[in-house]
Ligand binder design. Structure first.
Ligand code: NAP
Length: 282
């Protein structure tokens, strides 16, 4: 069966819209997301546009700051510092990757924990590792919603995550561990990769290599979630060779239409949670 992230995301967006209307009537303001983009990378510009459109769709305010490549690091950091102090801003997002030459870690360190709606900062990742998740990275959070939508009990399942990036692979592994899966994380130095993937009841693939995972690497009846987004000959494809893998799976997510739409809905969810937390603290 196919897991269409678009359908799961639509249900999440409906809930966010209803909660946003409640929020606005209670606090006389809209949740607000500030997005910063540096440079002219077309993929990043598309992601930012989609995020701004998502804000409009659910009734949030959005602020967009576009800087040309070559803008001084200090200017970007100062913008974040001022957004951090702004009481009307609930979430701050810097579109990654930044162009070469910027100190990404230093830029992101200016986003306070409470406005880190991407869930990338050390404190939010630390809370996730301690099993007390606060704001969790949007893509892995979206994958968990997709897994929940299957109705399959995750307890005790063998879960294998391909990829160990700080933004996808590592938080993904922690979420699965917190959901009582037995988790293995594989990466570019893993030997005999198929020995691990063939044992996976749940396989999450986030490596950025088009159609890398093939049918011979899959356990019969596995759930496969393909996080990868690759462009080959102008067409989008995932990290999984969908045509050969799909017949062996119980559930699989397609690309496009799989994880992508979930990421934005989870970003909006994180922003709303941040807005609610801020109002509760006042
Ligand atoms: P990344 O930072 O480049 O990390 C890739 C990971 O894959 C690394 O840990 C790398 O291992 C591992 N890897 C590379 N080649 C491998 C191989 N042959 N076998 C096993 N592991 C291998 O990428 P990312 O940011 O995590 O993103 C991964 C993919 O997901 C990309 O296609 C990206 O576009 C996509 N993505 C999609 C969404 C969405 O919303 N759908 C969101 C984020 C990312 P090492 O650590 O050893 O180098």
């Amino acid at each position: 069966m196919l897991i269409y992230g678009k359908e799961v995301a639509a249900k999440t967006l409906e809930k966010i819209m209803a909660m946003t209307a409640d929020f606005e009537s209670k606090y006389s303001r809209k949740p607000t997301l500030a997005v910063i983009i540096v440079g002219e990378d077309p993929a990043s510009q598309t992601y930012v546009r989609n995020k701004i459109n998502g804000c409009k769709q659910v009734g949030f305010n959005s602020l967009s700051y576009e800087y040309p490549d070559g803008t001084a690091q200090e200017e970007i950091e100062n913008r974040i510092k001022s957004l951090a102090k702004d009481e009307t801003v609930d979430g701050i997002l810097v579109q990654l990757p930044l162009p070469k030459g910027y100190d990404e870690e230093k830029i992101l360190s200016n986003i306070p924990d409470s406005k880190d709606v991407d869930g990338f900062n050390a404190s939010n990742i630390g809370c996730l590792c301690l099993g007390r998740p606060r704001t969790v990275s949007c893509t892995p959070l979206g994958v968990m919603s997709m897994l929940e939508s299957t109705g399959v009990d995750l307890n005790g399942k063998n879960a294998v995550v391909l990829g160990r990036s700080n933004t996808v692979g590592k938080p993904m592994a922690m979420l699965l561990l917190n959901a009582n899966c037995t988790v293995t994380v594989c990466h570019s130095k893993t030997r005999n990769l198929a020995d691990f993937t063939k044992n996976a009841d749940i396989l999450i693939v986030a490596i950025g290599k088009p159609k890398f995972v093939t049918a011979d690497m899959i356990k019969e009846g596995a759930i496969v979630i393909d996080v990868g987004i690759n462009r080959v000959d102008g067409k989008l494809c995932g990290d999984v060779d969908f045509e050969s893998v799909e017949p062996k799976t119980s559930f699989i997510s397609p690309v496009p239409g799989g994880v992508g739409p979930m990421t934005i809905s989870m970003l909006l969810y994180n922003t709303l949670m941040s807005a609610i937390a801020r109002e509760n603290e006042r």
